[in-house]
Design a protein. Structure first.
Length: 78
């Protein structure tokens, strides 16, 4: 997954958790062993969401024209 976004007017209602669970279930059904996502390095709220859901920081990606880098996070699936 490249990125996950929830409209600001709907944030704080559990939609991020719901979407992560949906994506993880889909990945498991397809036989994938992990899910990865990039998160803007300064987006502490999103990084906390992924960490609470079992994602670990595994790397960093720099994109041209972006002031800050992105953190790559991954969760191993069962």
């Amino acid at each position: 997954m490249h990125r996950l976004a929830v409209d600001p007017g709907h944030q704080g209602k559990g939609l991020g958790n719901f979407l992560l669970q949906y994506i993880e279930n889909f990945a498991i059904e397809k036989g994938y062993t992990s899910v990865r996502i990039d998160v803007y390095k300064i987006n502490e709220t999103a990084k906390a969401l992924y960490t609470r859901n079992g994602y670990k920081e595994i790397g960093e990606v720099r994109y041209p024209l972006r002031k800050h880098s992105y953190i790559t996070m991954e969760k191993q699936l069962q």
